[in-house]
Design a protein around this ligand. Structure first.
Ligand code: BGC
Length: 414
């Protein structure tokens, strides 16, 4: 293994960026509209991608990215159960797709990314089985309206994170805590909806359609390997967030609903006396650094883990894999560059050992509204000046680095 060696990715590999409606669009009416983040921010304007998407597509083209993973916001399109889709909002998304097509950027559309119409929330969201037929109706209409325009569909983004944050940890609306029954119900209902809408999209989507979820994979370990309670804690998290969720969506009888696996990968969480040792849980990055933990502003980094999980998913499901999200939040651009390089080298290792990986989407195109943390976490390839009324974007050093990867389909081994 020679440092600096050029690692080639497969021909036709998708190099993309990713965003989600609540985090970038602004002017949105869902459960996040009235939410105030820890930094005092809210999503009501966000990056104003709602109006500025043509400019943002130009930025993608300047980066040399050939794919874009973004969400279509259900709350914009349907004002009541089984209502027809709002034609103006639909036209805006169609125009976004046209802008992408004009730049030869392949769209991957996410149908659910941590948000719902308020009428869904009012009846209990995904804890209520009535949400399944409502969602199926929405997707049937949307699929018909976008027939032939979208070939890559991501039904649910990180159902595990959504159900955990909303019903176990309380960080996301509806802020329930330790409601394990609700957590399980949400996952079960989403998995049932995934199976139904996958079938509809594949049958009626026009052309060859690919459908999958985006599963967030976090490794959970005990910091002191011999402490049984931390081992138990790590296993309980692994079981609940990884195994239970993957089985619900891709287990017996449901496996054939998906034609690919989307993997969101950031790193790992180690526990010490039940405490998750990560910056996102309030531990100081300085303290973590002192004990040898390499973290961004969110979690511990674990680049080797990317090869491990990709190889595991490849062996288990024998399906194409897309890395639907990976990225880091930090103001240290050098750190972000080496982190990306290490993760891509790890991914390349899994591909070399026969995993069928088709693309990689960097989270995120630009700095945005990071849920409970607001604008404090900087995941972007572009910065956004949130102090300036005009929200100007500019390229960060990491954007430059990523651009070279996109243009050459290679990365240099760290
Ligand atoms: C989510 C994104 C989020 C990112 C960084 C993923 O869990 O899908 O919405 O911004 O991680 O935390």
């Amino acid at each position: 293994m020679n440092p600096g060696e050029t690692l080639d990715f497969p021909p036709g590999f998708l190099w993309g960026t990713a965003t989600s409606p609540t985090q970038v669009e602004g002017h949105i009416e869902n459960e996040w509209t009235q939410f105030t983040a820890l930094d005092g921010g809210n999503c009501r304007r966000a990056c104003d991608h709602y109006h500025r998407y043509p400019e943002d597509v130009d930025w993608m083209a300047r980066l040399g990215a050939n794919a874009y993973r973004f969400g279509i916001e259900w709350s914009r399109l349907q004002s009541a159960p089984f209502a027809p889709l709002n034609p103006n909002e639909l036209a805006r998304y169609v125009h976004l797709l046209e802008c992408l097509q004009a730049k030869s950027i392949t769209p991957m559309v996410v149908l659910h990314h941590f948000s719902n119409p308020q009428w869904i929330n009012a009846w209990g969201g995904w804890t209520n089985p009535a949400t399944i037929p409502a969602f199926v109706d929405y997707v049937r209409q949307l699929g018909a309206a976008l027939k032939g325009k979208v070939h890559l569909w991501n039904t649910f983004n990180e159902p595990d994170t959504y159900a955990c944050m909303g019903y176990l940890l309380g960080g996301f609306p509806p802020h329930n805590k330790w409601r394990l029954g609700k957590f399980r119900r949400v996952i079960d209902h989403m998995a049932r909806a995934h199976v139904k809408v996958s079938r509809i999209l594949q049958q009626e989507g026009g052309g060859k359609i690919q459908v999958g979820i985006a599963k967030n994979w976090t490794f959970f370990h005990a910091y002191k390997k011999w402490l049984p309670w931390d081992q138990a804690m790590a296993y309980a998290c692994h079981y609940t967030f990884n195994k239970f969720v993957l089985d619900a969506f891709m287990g017996v009888g449901r496996r054939r609903a998906s034609t690919f696996i989307g993997l969101n990968y950031y790193g790992r969480v180690r526990f010490h006396h039940f405490r998750p040792m990560i910056p996102a849980s309030g531990m100081s990055p300085k303290t973590l650094k002192k004990i040898g933990f390499v973290c961004d502003d969110m979690v511990e980094r674990n680049p080797e883990g990317l090869a491990t999980i990709v190889s595991y998913l490849n062996r288990k499901f024998r399906l194409p894999i897309y890395i639907t999200e990976h990225g880091s939040a930090s103001s240290d651009e050098k750190f972000r560059e080496s982190d990306l390089r290490e993760n891509l080298a790890s991914l390349h290792g899994a591909i070399a050992e026969a995993a069928d990986v088709r693309g990689f989407f960097y989270w995120s195109l630009m700095d945005n509204f990071e849920w409970q943390f607001g604008y404090a976490k900087k995941f972007g390839l572009l910065t956004v000046d949130f102090e300036d009324e005009k929200l100007p974007r500019s390229l960060k050093p990491l954007g430059d680095f990523y651009s070279k990867i996109c243009r050459t389909n290679t990365v240099a081994r760290p």
